[in-house]
Write a protein that binds this ligand. Structure first.
Ligand code: ADP
Ligand code: MG
Length: 259
């Protein structure tokens, strides 16, 4: 079935404060959508709400993946249904190695009795780590513990490659990456572009989009998508910043939820 991810009128609150004020987005398999916007406009909140983070209460709207109600699903069910989020600030988990974590994640998405064999898993992981120019020792390191910012981001992409999700959300995957790491991460993403896989790429800066050409670009302000366009919109934002959007729309403070 062709992938179709639909967000309709999504509203979300944190500790009773409304941050997302009605998001509409339709991502089809094969498409890359970029969400851009200044800090504090609700971008990460959207990612967290879509993944089912318990702190982010959904108060209105619908989210479906191939017609299935995502909001009804528990976090692990969302992952099993094919949603994947590379977090802006990945957590460190002491005592769980990267390899253990990834193999469990892969097997959680498979039927009982159909788990990936250790040999096959190691082989795949080694291959992908090589593509991402990661040191093989990261396989046996505790998850994200002591990883540099760039190493964490590569590790998120490694997870994406091994899990082969249907809908990939990358939250500021470019932050803290030098230009070489950025290129490697972008190549990893581009290699995963496929007819049955959609991407939602959240980014503050346009530079990642020099390497990953989006089909659609959306600007987020005040917890809403206030403007949408093609790749040329990202280029204009790079050249001119966000002020012209604010002026055009009569927005004074683009942030949301600030006290
Ligand atoms: P962006 O990713 O666009 O920079 P965020 O979604 O992180 O923006 O934040 C939007 C608003 O929601 C901010 O006012 C922020 O303080 C608030 N917010 C986000 N996450 C939390 C949280 N876990 N607890 C409290 N407030 C939060
Ligand atoms: Mg953010």
């Amino acid at each position: 079935m062709a992938t179709e991810f639909e967000i309709r009128g999504l509203k979300s609150s944190i500790e009773g404060k409304e941050i997302l004020k009605g998001i509409d987005l339709n991502i089809k398999g094969g498409e890359v959508h970029a969400i851009m916007g200044p800090n504090g406009t609700g971008k990460s909140t959207l990612a967290s709400a879509l993944m089912g983070h318990p702190k982010y209460e959904v108060t209105d709207g619908t989210v479906t993946l191939n017609g299935e109600d995502v909001l009804e699903m528990a976090v692990d069910e969302r992952a099993r249904a094919g949603l994947f989020l590379a977090m802006q600030y990945p957590s460190e988990i002491t005592g769980v190695t990267n390899a253990d974590f990834l193999r469990s994640a892969i097997n959680a998405r498979r039927e009982e009795g159909n788990e990936i064999s250790l040999i096959k898993f190691i082989r795949q992981m080694e291959k992908k780590m090589k593509e991402l120019e990661m040191n093989p020792e990261f396989m046996h390191r505790y998850l994200n513990e002591g990883f540099s910012g760039g190493e964490k981001k590569r590790n998120e992409i490694l997870q994406m490659m091994l899990l082969e999700p249907k809908l990939v959300i990358l939250d500021e995957i470019d932050s803290g990456l030098d230009i070489d790491a950025l290129r490697i991460v972008a190549e990893g993403v581009n290699a995963m572009r496929a007819e049955d896989r959609g991407f939602l790429i959240i980014t503050h800066y346009q530079r990642l989009l020099n390497y990953i050409t989006p089909d659609h670009v959306h600007v987020m302000m005040q917890g809403r998508i206030v403007k949408s366009g093609g790749p040329e919109l990202a280029q204009r934002l790079e050249a001119e910043g966000y002020d012209w959007v604010k002026e055009e729309l009569g927005i004074v403070d683009e942030t949301v939820g600030q006290a």
